[in-house]
Ligand binder design. Sequence first.
Ligand SMILES: NC(=O)c1ccc[n+]([C@@H]2O[C@H](COP(=O)([O-])OP(=O)(O)OC[C@H]3O[C@@H](n4cnc5c(N)ncnc54)[C@H](O)[C@@H]3O)[C@@H](O)[C@H]2O)c1
Length: 310
Amino acid sequence: MMKVLVTGANGYIGAQICRYLSQQGYRVSGLCYPRIPDDECWRRGFDDLFVCDVRDADALKRIAERPFDAIVHLVSLDHHQSSGDPALVASINVTPTWTLLDMFAPRGLKKFLYFSTIHVYGVTLHGAVTETHLPRCVTPYALTHYMSETVCRYFGDRSDVTCLVARLSNSYGPPVFPDNNCWWLVVNDLCRSMAVDGTITLKSDGSPLRDFIHGYDVCRAVQILLEKGENNQVYHVSSGITYSIAELAEKIRVTAPQSKVTAAQTPPALASAAAPAGYTIDNSKLRALGFMPEYTLERGIAELMEYLAN
Ligand SMILES: NC(=O)c1ccc[n+]([C@@H]2O[C@H](COP(=O)([O-])OP(=O)(O)OC[C@H]3O[C@@H](n4cnc5c(N)ncnc54)[C@H](O)[C@@H]3O)[C@@H](O)[C@H]2O)c1
C-alpha cells in the first residue's frame, strides 16, 4: 500500500486526513509541530510520527532518508498569521514546498499533493468558477499559496514527481483534537455560538456567499487525488453548492427552535430561503475522477451540534 507522508499532521485537516488514510489501509507517517498530540488511538494509525519545524532543512533531510510514495503538504500559516513579516511568512508557506520537492524528487517520490485555497481567486466571483479562472491574489495568505502552487508546477514539469494542487473551499466539521485551529471557520464558529450562547450574531448582513465542504469529504477527495490525480493539474475540492451566511445561520438556528439569529448590519437575506445565484466553485474536474460529496450541510451541522453538545 502507498506510503504517505502528511505535513501539518496534527492540524485541523491533517489530523482528519491521517486518520482517514490509515483507516483505508495507507501507510501513513506524519510531520507534527510543535509537538505530537497525546491521543494514543490517533497515534496508533501511523508508521512514524516526526516533530519537525518545516523551516529546519536538516531535520527534513533526515526524514527524507526514508522512502515515501506520496506527500500531502498541509503546512501553512492561517489568514491572520500570514499577514505578518513577509520573510517569516514565506519561510513557512512557500520555501518548505520547494525544499520538500527538492529533497524528495530525487528519492523516488511519486506524488506531491499541495493544499491551496480558493482565496487565490480574490474576492469577487461570479458564475461557475472553474480551475481555469485567473488567480488574482489580494492577501498574503492567497499570494503565498499561489507561490507554492507555482513551485509545484515547476517540479511537475522538471521532475518525475506527479504534482497536484487542491484548491480547497471552506471546510468544517468536528476536529480530531478540540484545540485544532478551526473554531474561527464560519460553520464551526456559528455552530459553537449556537451551542454555547443559544444565539448567533452575524458579523455581516448575512449576504456573503460561501461553499462549505465537510472534513470527511475533504479526506475522500484526498484519497481520489492520490490515486487518480494527474500531473500539474489543479482540482477544486468543494461541495459545488453555494450558500449565503444568512442561509447557513438559518440552517443552524432550526436545530434549536428557541434560538435566534441577529446580524450586525441590516440583514436583507436573513429571511430569504435561497441565496442569490452569485457563484459556484465548480468541482466537475474532481467529480470526473469519481468524487461525490457525501455530506449535506444539514447533516454536517447536525453532527457538529451533537459533537458540541457532548
Ligand atoms: N481549513 C480550511 O477550510 C482551509 C481552506 C482552504 C485552504 N486550507 C489550507 O489547508 C491547509 C491545512 O489547513 P488547516 O485548516 O488544517 O490549518 P491548521 O492551522 O490546522 O494546520 C496547519 C498546520 O501547519 C503546521 N505548522 C505551522 N507552522 C509550522 C512550522 N513552522 N513547521 C511545521 N509545521 C507547521 C501546524 O502545526 C498545523 O499542523 C493549509 O495550507 C490551509 O491554508 C484550509
